[in-house]
Design a protein. Structure first.
Length: 380
């Protein structure tokens, strides 16, 4: 199970046309400062796993560009988009305005709003891995400094993913396939920003600030659960299939932020750089697991687990104890059994806390643990 590439973009210097478009390095135009704000949020429709209901990321970018030459200069600015939609089947080939409008893409400075073209490239013609590029031309007078503002909106990329670390096949040993899916499969949503094209400008970037506003989206994600569409809108067959595939409607989720070096700010996270060549991409990933976050949904999780054990002839109490240990590990407790330790050490979310205590659990977490213990006692 793997997700598509994230929605990423950044301004760079490009040459060529159409499929021959390629990134180059400017000798005269410097990217002096960059300030990017990314706002994560819900889409325009109920989140149901379809394209219309996908969550979105709004980008507001401010670039200060300076002509370091005593001569006038003209450059072609390229704004690559590494989006699963840009790499999907072509829609209305040749109609670039559709893509510009869909992304709400606007590029402007203090003097003009630019006419933006959209170039969509096939993978074999995009060795730099950019599926599509917005482009426009800018002219600079000698020693002129301009402030370029770019705004756009892209659906957050989405796919199925495992929470297991890459290449670590040991974590699932001894578990049935269904149990392993319940414990380590997830719905992955992510967005970000590629910075490497910013290195195509002359000299280093003097200051760079990258901010991702996460708090509103995370509050919505906790309320939304696995899907936003109410189960009452499904047919009996669809409802049964949904309960079988996703027994927990409001599961535990966690996030993964790269690269390191970010700081928590009010409402989100932020990176600050000085005198640097942009290189590392910024990515915020949300893994929505199958583990219950609320006490009232523990029964649905346990029932799904016991159903697979009944088919496979296994004893119920031991797997439930294992699931309880794994659940506590998501709270920061180091497991006691060898089986649970082997599983959690192979998970990307595992971060044991030295100061962990059962008394320090939140009321919601304590209620989930108690619900598990009731089911374990009933299974003995």
């Amino acid at each position: 199970m793997a997700a598509a590439s994230p929605a990423l973009a950044n301004a760079g210097v490009f040459t060529g046309n159409g499929q021959n478009l390629r990134q180059i390095t400017s000798r005269t135009i410097q990217l002096v400062t960059v300030d990017v704000v990314i706002m994560l949020g819900r889409g325009r429709f109920l989140f149901d796993g379809s394209v219309p209901g996908m969550d979105q990321a709004d980008y507001s970018c401010t670039f200060v560009l300076r002509n370091r030459s005593d001569k006038a200069a003209q450059i072609q600015v390229g704004f690559p988009v590494d989006s699963q939609f840009a790499r999907g089947p072509a829609r209305e080939p040749g109609n670039a305005s559709v893509w510009v409008l869909d992304y709400n893409f606007i590029a402007r400075d203090d003097q003009k709003t630019y006419h933006v073209d959209f170039v969509r490239r096939e993978p074999k013609q995009a060795p730099d891995d950019f599926g599509a590029v917005f482009r426009w031309k800018m002219s600079f007078a000698p020693r002129e400094t301009r402030t370029l503002r770019v705004q756009y909106r892209i659906p957050m990329s989405m796919g199925l993913a495992t929470t297991r670390k890459d290449g670590d096949a040991r974590s699932g040993r001894g578990l049935s396939l269904h149990t392993q899916q319940l414990l380590e499969s997830s719905l992955l949503e992510f967005a970000g920003y590629v910075t490497s094209t910013g290195s195509s400008w002359a000299g280093n970037v003097e200051t760079g600030t990258f901010t991702v506003i996460t708090e509103p989206f995370e509050l919505y994600l906790s309320r939304r659960g696995i899907f936003e569409e109410p189960a009452t809108g499904l047919s009996p067959a669809e409802s049964a299939q949904m309960s079988e595939t996703y027994p927990v409607r409001h599961p535990w989720w966690f996030r993964q932020i790269t690269p390191d070096g970010w700081q928590a700010i009010e409402g989100g996270v932020q990176w600050r750089y000085k005198d640097f060549k942009p290189q590392d991409p910024i990515t915020v990933r949300y893994y929505v697991t199958q583990l219950p976050r609320l006490a009232e949904e523990v029964d649905a999780f346990v029932d799904s687990l016991l159903k697979s054990l009944t088919r496979e002839g296994g004893a119920p109490a031991s797997p439930l104890k294992l699931a309880r240990e794994i659940l506590l590990a998501t709270y920061g407790k180091e497991p006691e059994s060898d089986a649970a330790k082997a599983f959690v050490t192979g998970q990307i979310w595992y971060a044991p806390r030295k100061d962990f205590s059962m008394e320090g659990l939140s009321p919601t977490q304590k209620a989930v643990v108690e619900a598990f213990e009731r089911r374990i006692d009933a299974a003995k």
